[in-house]
Design a protein around this ligand. Structure first.
Ligand code: NAD
Length: 435
């Protein structure tokens, strides 16, 4: 199959490289010249485990090419995937579809009859209908429009793409279904279930999945607060409920609130869809509120651990990316935390294994340390914000020795109270007994 992938970001590049690895001929397109120039030189625009090797091997075989020229990239393609960003629109949180519609108007100039246009971007219900309308306006006929939402997780994107829990295809016609089945055929050998639905249903399925996961996270975060008030341990509660097959153990880790490029914007966009449809979604609305409040409250936790005031205090921060194994800083919990600490007069020394370059674009007036121990140097408190593997086996004696104060605020429950106390640290976890 000849595939064009419009948008070469976290989703477009991973999907494009994986499709090429299946044996398809893929052209990844991006209007960001620096990204494409870098890819031509073998430089990855994002940090994702295994991506560089996958991209390079498929590019060397000639199955994966890159261009900034959409017309050139789309020419001759049997399927055109749209994987551009759909950020939250400022003000109302509606998914901003500017990039999607721009791409559609451009591709309309070269698309040939029989092509299948597929949205891989997360788009609100009805976007496929809008795309069809635009194509008609541009004089394009005999083209199918399908929805194929992507469920990969950053940090495990290639494994997720190649071993998906399911593939969702929303297609109204036989041809689109056939083309997408053919594209994903290599995965059927692994028995990945493919779910063929109506286009609107597929569009909504993606939002429902992300909203549900967001609910799960906010739920356990609220239970963590209750644990602190009644002297119970949220880790054990999570295990106690997670072993129940009906509940499942994932997304039950209490922490600083969810962030990232998807949950915050997708929950807001779902609420906008619901409002437009006249249907209240109280659970998702409350989840958004709970999460916003939680992220905003993390700085107060640190202040409380330091006796109420962070003014003039030096605080070491471990982890800046919104989760481990990515350099993605979008809506990361570290952002409101650090900004509020700075506002209240704290001095921040932060370390993240890979996100420094992205974080430098986000934070003003913080110091970037070369490793975890340097971040802890002379600190009054050390805060674990992202649970990178390399923070799981730190030498706590060495950390305590480097610090001025002895406060460890572990927002990811990486350590146990006993081991921290043994090293002379005062430990503050999340939802683990009386705070
Ligand atoms: P991203 O910002 O990393 O990449 C989007 C890319 O599209 C950018 O490089 C941008 O330059 C390019 N682009 C925009 N308009 C273009 C145009 N007209 N022509 C060519 N290129 C254009 O975004 P992302 O994280 O890959 O997300 C893409 C979509 O996938 C979003 O809708 C997102 O919600 C969805 N999604 C993301 C993830 C994730 O983990 N990041 C997972 C599932 C779904």
């Amino acid at each position: 199959m000849r595939i064009a992938m419009i948008g070469t970001g976290y989703v477009g590049l991973v999907s494009g490289a994986c499709f090429a690895d299946f044996g398809h001929q893929v052209c990844c397109i991006d209007k960001d010249e620096a990204k494409i120039d870098g890819l031509h030189k073998g430089r990855m625009p994002i940090w994702e485990p295994g991506l560089e090797a996958l991209v390079k091997s498929n590019a060397e075989r000639g199955r994966l090419t890159f261009t900034k020229d959409l017309i050139e990239g789309v020419k001759g393609a049997e399927a055109v995937f749209i994987a551009v960003g759909t950020p939250a629109r400022r003000g109302d949180g509606h998914a901003d579809l500017t990039f999607v519609f721009q791409a559609v108007r451009e591709l309309a100039k070269v698309i040939k009859p029989g092509t299948v246009v597929v949205t891989k971007s997360t788009v609100p219900v009805g976007t496929g209908d809008e795309i069809e309308k635009i194509l008609r306006e541009e004089g394009v006929t005999d083209v199918s429009v399908a929805s194929n939402p992507e469920f990969l997780r950053e940090g495990a994107a290639i494994a997720d793409f190649k071993h998906p829990d399911r593939i969702v295809v929303g297609a109204e016609d036989e041809r689109a279904q056939e083309v997408l089945r053919e594209i994903y055929r290599p995965l059927f050998l692994n028995r990945a279930p493919i779910l063929i639905t109506g286009r609107r249903t597929a569009e909504l399925t993606k939002y429902a999945a992300n909203a549900f996961l967001a609910v799960k996270i906010s739920f356990i975060n609220e239970i963590a607060d209750l644990c602190e008030a009644v002297d119970a341990d949220v880790q054990d509660v999570a295990r106690g409920i997670g072993l129940d097959n009906r509940i499942g153990p994932k997304f039950l880790h209490a922490g600083p609130g969810y962030g990232g490029s998807c949950f915050p914007k997708d929950t807001l966009a779902l609420l906008q869809t619901a409002t437009a449809a006249g249907i209240d979604q109280r659970i998702v609305r409350t989840t958004v509120e709970v999460n916003d409040d939680r992220k905003a409250a993390m700085a107060d936790r640190v202040a409380k651990a330091l006796g109420g005031d962070v003014g003039g205090k030096r605080i070491g921060v471990l982890g800046l990316a919104f989760k481990p194994n990515t350099d993605d800083m979008r809506d990361a919990p570290s952002i409101p935390l650090i900004n509020k600490l700075l506002e209240h007069g704290a001095e921040i020394s932060a370390f993240d294994p890979v996100a420094r370059e992205q974080a430098e674009k986000v934070f003003k007036g913080i110091t970037f340390a070369p490793d975890a121990y340097a971040a802890a140097n002379d600190a009054d408190a050390l805060v674990i914000v992202t649970e990178w593997d390399e923070f799981r086996a730190l030498d706590l004696d060495k950390l305590a020795g480097a610090m001025r104060g002895k406060v460890l605020v572990d927002l990811r429950n990486v350590y146990g109270r006993a081991e921290a106390e043994e090293a002379g640290l005062t430990y503050f976890g999340v939802g683990r007994g009386a705070a």
